[in-house]
Structure formats: C-alpha cells, structure tokens
Design a protein around this ligand. Structure first.
Ligand code: GDP
Ligand code: MN
Length: 341
C-alpha cells in the first residue's frame, strides 16, 4: 500500500521538484491555458517552480504572460544546440527519403523535422539540461492540456515517500510504423547487457510484448506491443533517466539514427526503458488526476473532478481502434504481484 503524502503545504516541506515544459513562443495561449488548469488543480497550493524550455529564445511577451499566471517562480531556458540539432553523422538523403516513405505510410509528423528533434530531446536530453541538475522530480506539462480535479496532496512528496520512479495517466498503443526497429534494437541491447534487465518478478516485460489483443500491431513493431505511457503527462524521477543503464540504452538507440530514419517517439522509448529497467511497483497510475490531451483523457469518478469528459471516442470505439492498453497494464501489475508472493 502507498503511504498518504502531505496535504498541508504550510506544515510540510516541498520535494525537490519542478514543473517543466518544452514549448514554442507561438504556443503562448496554449501554455497559459494549461497553466491555469495546473495552478487551479494543484500548484496554487504547492507552488512548485515552472521551467520552460525552448530551442530559440523566449520572447519578453512569453515570459511576462506566463509568469503572470503563477505565484511560483518561472525560469526560461534555451536548449544547447548539441542537444537539439540533427547530429552531423545523420545521412540527409537517407533521412529525406525515409520521411517521404513514412508519410506515404501514414505516419503522423513524419516529414516534420522539428518533431523528430523534439522526440529525441525528450528521450535523451531534457534531464541533462543544467537547469534541472538540482532537481530530482519533474512533472511534464504541454500546451493545451487540461487538469480537472482538485489534487489535495503533494504529488511530488507522494513520489518521494513511496519510492516511485514514474507516474502516468494514459496508457495506449502507438503507430507501429513509427517504430518498426525499436524493439529489435532493444533486444540487441539486452543481449549485450544482460546485467541491466530486471527479473520477471519486477519488470513489465509482458506489457511490452503482449500481442493477444492486437497481434497485427505487435507484428509490425517486430515484437513490441507498442503499449506506452502517454508522455505528454509524466511525473518522474530524473535519476532514472540519468542512470548509467538508461544512458547506455539511449546511446545504443541513438547511434542507429532512427530518431530520424524512423520516427521514434519519446513515449515508446521511455516506456520500453521503464518496462525493462524500473521495478513495476515503482510505476504509478495516477487514477485520481483528471487529465486530457487532444482526444484522450483520464477521468476519475470523483466529486473532486469538474468537467472531465471521458474519451471523445466511445469506450467501444476506443478499444476497437486498438487504442487502450490499460487492461494489459493491469494484467502486468497482477502478474508481478503474483510472482512476488
Ligand atoms: P503531440 O502531442 O505529439 O502532437 O506533439 P506536440 O506538437 O504537442 O509537441 C510536444 C511538445 O513539444 C509540446 O509541448 C510542444 O510545445 C513541444 N514542441 C514540439 N516541437 C517543438 C519545437 O520545435 N520547439 C519547441 N520549443 N517546442 C516544441
Ligand atoms: Mn501535444
């Protein structure tokens, strides 16, 4: 059982944590909207700092208008070029050809170079930004997301007191055509580093490879179910990403160039790493945090939540479209607790 975290900000210390957001100047309205939901739901009470990241400098307007939304301190950080730019060893012609092929296969954002860079940055670089050096926990926030519930406890202290590595709200399938070689590249890595993977009483391997409900997806993804924690919402322990295990894993992925020759997302990359290298019980579903990004949401059945509308797709269409991995996740959680006992 998880311990109840503190609820009174006056009597409890803050955790070592920040709210973080990669955002463009052009998304000012969207991030202000997200901030209003976040402040109302959680942060007006707990006052964690906001840190905004950008590949170009933030405008004065962006800084003034975002700071005006919170009493907590905001800082504005530029991403170092070497964390963002396409590495020089990437073959441009091969990349452009791959973009067109993926676009004709219907892969979203396939030809948008900045999207590939964003996915690579969130996969391997955000936690190396010097502005995060002093922090242990982060909560990722995107423009135009919604938080619906009154969160009456300190989410970061919950993570710390219960030794959680990662918290999610939404758990769905991915487009396997964006990551056809992510899983084979991962199994190569595990073969050369057998010491890194956790045993079956701890890992989430079945969730990562469960093909029962969606065999066609797993086939295109060469063995990966594509189930992933939707990373536009993340509450996590930065030390997991800073670890030698994850650093070696990311470098192994990155040297394939497939953040560009394919369209590997940071969500499947994070999820595969968590499923292999973080104990299952250190991964937490925040069922009590009402959240929405585009058409998907996590809506608790609670009078502390206001206006949360279940997924715009009906539950049946949601399942039929192969979107929902929650059942696979619950199966995994039960299996791990059985293996332990
Ligand atoms: P989606 O949720 O997968 O559709 O992707 P988004 O377009 O929402 O991008 C994910 C996050 O990265 C959002 O917070 C965006 O604001 C941010 N983002 C994406 N591309 C860029 C970029 O080129 N520059 C900056 N500064 N932020 C970006
Ligand atoms: Mn988004």
């Amino acid at each position: 059982m998880n311990q109840a975290p503190p609820t009174d900000p006056k009597t409890s210390p803050r955790a070592n944590a920040a709210l973080i957001s990669l955002v463009r100047n052009s998304e000012l309205d969207g991030i202000i909207s997200s901030m209003r939901y976040m402040e109302k739901s959680f942060n007006a009470k707990f006052q964690y700092p906001w840190i905004f990241f950008n590949d170009v400098p933030f405008t004065t307007e962006f800084k003034e208008k975002t700071q005006a939304e919170t009493n907590a301190p905001c800082t504005y950080e530029l991403i170092p070029r070497e964390h963002w730019d396409v590495p020089e060893w990437i073959d441009q012609a091969r990349m452009e050809e791959a973009f067109l092929q993926m676009a004709s296969d219907g892969v979203q954002h396939a030809t948008q170079l900045s999207y590939h860079k964003m996915c690579r940055w969130y996969s391997g670089f955000f936690f190396r930004h010097p502005a995060l050096d002093k922090y242990k926990y982060y909560w990722r926030v995107e423009p135009d997301v919604k938080f619906f519930c009154d969160i009456e406890y300190d989410v970061f202290q919950f993570m710390a007191e219960n030794n959680k590595t990662y918290g999610f709200t939404i758990n769905i399938y991915d487009d396997p055509k964006s990551i056809p070689t992510l899983w084979p590249t991962t199994t190569d890595f595990l073969e050369s580093h057998p010491e890194y993977a956790l045993g079956s009483h701890e890992n989430s391997y079945h969730w990562l490879t469960d093909s029962d409900a969606r065999p066609a997806i797993t086939k295109i993804a060469n063995g990966y179910s594509t189930c992933h924690f939707w990373s536009n919402f993340e509450v996590g322990d930065l030390d997991f990403w800073r670890s030698k295990t994850y650093t070696d894993y990311f470098n192994h992925l990155d040297q394939t160039g497939n953040f560009f020759y394919e369209r590997w997302g940071d969500a499947p990359v994070h999820s595969v790493a968590l499923g292999l290298f973080a104990p299952n019980e250190q991964i937490h579903w925040f069922r009590d945090i009402g959240y929405q990004h585009s058409v998907f949401s996590n809506c608790p059945d609670s009078d502390k939540c206001h206006g949360c509308q279940a997924n715009k797709l009906t539950p049946l269409a949601y399942w039929l479209n192969g979107e929902d991995c929650r059942v696979n996740w619950f199966k995994q959680v039960c299996e791990v607790s059985r293996n332990k006992s």
